[in-house]
Design a protein around this ligand. Structure first.
Ligand code: GLV
Ligand code: MG
Length: 343
């Protein structure tokens, strides 16, 4: 059953139960950010089509206040001049408490609403923010005669947003997904990291170190493990998105040169259930494409389990490991993702 634009335009009563979701599964392993007002970056966009799942014209943070109009117009120009083929076009609009957001939406929807797949809304605090964007999009789409609804993606980057995560996911049938916004979230929570995402060398857990006879002190080097600062929020986001049938994403990793740590952070997010991450530099596109695609070995194993389990019930032993009805479901997740990426 597919939904018509009418379903998206029908405003939801506040507090109404979320309708079943049919957000199309489209690969979005890397959401590559560019500033459409930066001529050097903008010039590279056409050549990136087909090499990345999502190109996102960023209008919010990292664009100077005096350049907001230029970036917005740059996005209109690029979208009109470019055939995006299989690559999705997203934008990150300015926050709802800024002086720029109304012009962002009232310009972009009539001008390039036919090309825009998703609008990413920053600093979402609760369902009311999504209701506002939803209603405005519906009005602008109706006025422009658009038949394909623009979807909405919320960045989780305030403590209040995290507390209201369920209602945000359920706020509109347009909801496509959520991203973690670790930099703003760290500031809002008064965390003591100044990094943009990723780990922190001070966030450690110690394990009892093996002591040899006569040793009186632990060897901290041997017995310390860095923990993931973002584990709690990502896990919460994954559960909320799974419950509401939308997609969870890790956000930005600011240390462009540290490709190893970036890959580690993306992989943790992938293993926990995220479908993609942001890319702030072309090098991160390669990392995200690799990490958020299941490995050939994992897919082969999953197919083997599914085949061995026949009708999917009961239990079998494969390579000394017990597989049962639940393992089949896990394996189906892996195979479905592989098929979706191969399509
Ligand atoms: C992203 O917008 C962040 O604040 O991390
Ligand atoms: Mg932010």
């Amino acid at each position: 059953m597919s939904r018509t634009a009418k379903d998206f335009f029908a405003p939801l009563a506040v507090g109404a139960p979320a309708p079943p979701r049919e957000i199309p599964a489209r690969p979005s392993r890397a959401i590559h950010f560019f500033d459409p007002g930066n001529e050097k970056m903008a010039a590279k966009v056409p050549a990136m089509v087909g090499t990345v799942d999502v190109l996102l014209g960023n209008l919010e943070d990292a664009v100077k206040a005096e350049n907001k109009e230029r970036s917005r117009q740059g996005l209109v120009d690029i979208a009109k001049a470019t055939d995006f083929g299989p690559t999705q076009l997203w934008t990150r609009i300015n926050s709802l408490d800024s002086p720029w957001v109304l012009d962002d939406l009232t310009t972009l929807v009539p001008e390039i609403g036919d090309k825009l797949d998703v609008v990413m809304v920053p600093k979402v605090q609760g369902a009311e923010d999504i209701h506002y964007v939803d209603r405005l999009l519906a009005q602008l789409e109706a006025k422009a005669g658009l038949t394909r609804p623009v979807l909405v993606h919320a960045i989780l980057e305030t403590a209040r947003g995290v507390a209201n995560i369920e209602e945000i996911c359920a706020a509109s049938p347009r909801m496509q997904g959520l991203s973690l916004g670790p930099a703003d979230l760290a500031a809002d929570r008064r965390m003591k990291t100044t990094r943009v995402g990723g780990g922190h060398p001070g966030y450690l857990v110690r394990q009892d170190a093996p002591r040899v006879d006569g040793e009186t002190q632990y060897d901290a080097e041997r017995a310390s493990y860095q923990q993931d600062l973002w584990h709690y929020t990502i896990a919460r986001m994954v559960d909320a998105c799974a419950m509401h049938g939308i997609y969870p994403y890790y956000g930005p990793f600011g240390d462009i040169l540290d490709t190893v740590a970036c890959e580690d952070q993306f992989r943790n997010a992938f293993l926990l259930g995220c479908v993609g991450a942001w890319s702030l530099h072309p090098v991160q596109i390669q990392i995200a494409n690799r990490v958020f695609s299941p490995s050939v070995e994992d897919v082969a194993h999953a197919r083997r389990v599914i085949a061995a389990m026949g009708d999917g019930t009961g239990a079998v032993m494969i390579d000394g490991k017990m597989e049962d009805d639940a393992s089949v479901k896990q394996c189906q997740v892996m195979v479905a993702l592989a098929d979706e990426l191969a399509a």
